[in-house]
Ligand binder design. Structure first.
Ligand code: ATP
Length: 242
């Protein structure tokens, strides 16, 4: 495997003294899609938020986060974005009062360090023709799937090296789920590294290279997607959550 572009070690996160995450190691290589699954409350959102530097709930975060050889764990969120560590927010966070066109504002490109692959709005439209059809609609008028596409499009305009996604399939029609996940797969084909939190294990297995199961903040399984997907502990995690 090529060298990791995202390398996480001894990442611990606590909210008000309660440990939510204790992850020994996680690495994602360029072109690789890694999926994180687990029951509700297992720490999946906590993981991607900590990597992105999002501090909702004022967590205490310790550990090493290295992006393309540079430690970024002491950096503010916007500095990490500039360096190419970009979190696609949950779909409902699309700017509702702005049109699709305005949401895909060219100003995002200015956030990226020079020399990186930054998507232009038309390239986002080429990737998601549905968004082009809806270009004059407000964010609030979009379906869940369209919002997810918009979030991914905005992230691509920021010149990511690593894309972090928190449950991109949530609330999406099944056809839309496969479309969004397949687009992510094809983006990985361009060398992007993708870390994907996903409740929909079956759909995730189709597109991820490696799957990681979190249980109470710890990694209990990691391996090739199909192998891990067959492990009874995956089913248990989800049955236990219902
Ligand atoms: P879900 O699928 O339900 O979103 P998850 O695997 O993403 O679950 P997290 O949201 O990361 O899990 O939560 C992990 C633990 O951290 C839980 O015990 C949760 O209650 C706690 N937690 C998460 N966010 C906060 C917060 N802002 N303040 C306090 N505790 C939090």
């Amino acid at each position: 495997m090529s060298e990791a572009v995202l390398d996480v070690r001894r990442l611990q996160v606590a909210y008000a003294g309660n440990r939510a995450l204790d992850l020994a190691a996680l690495a994602v290589a360029p072109g690789e899609v890694v999926g994180v699954v687990g029951a509700n409350g297992a720490g999946k959102s906590t993981l991607v938020n900590a990597i992105a530097g999002w501090s909702r709930g004022a967590p205490r975060v310790t550990g090493e986060i290295t992006l393309a050889g540079t430690r970024v764990d002491a950096w503010a969120t916007h500095q990490r974005v500039r360096a190419g560590l970009v979190l696609v927010p949950e779909a409902r966070v699309a700017f509702g009062s702005m049109s699709v066109d305005e949401n895909l504002c060219a100003a995002f490109a200015a956030l990226a360090e020079p020399g990186r692959r930054v998507y232009a709005r038309d390239e986002v439209y080429a990737l998601f023709p549905r968004l082009k059809e809806r270009r004059n609609h407000l964010g609030s008028q979009l379906s869940g799937g369209e919002r997810q596409m918009l979030g991914i499009g905005r992230a691509l305009m920021m010149g990511p090296r690593v894309l972090l996604l928190d449950e991109p399939s949530i609330g999406l029609a099944p056809k839309m789920v496969s479309q969004v996940l397949e687009t992510l797969r094809s983006l990985a084909g361009t060398g992007l590294a993708i870390l994907l939190v996903e409740q929909n294990v079956r759909a995730a297995i189709e597109v991820v290279d490696r799957l990681l199961l979190l249980e109470r903040g710890r990694k209990v399984l990691e391996g090739p997607a199909r192998e891990v997907g067959e492990d009874p502990r995956i089913a248990e995690a989800y049955l236990g959550a219902t």
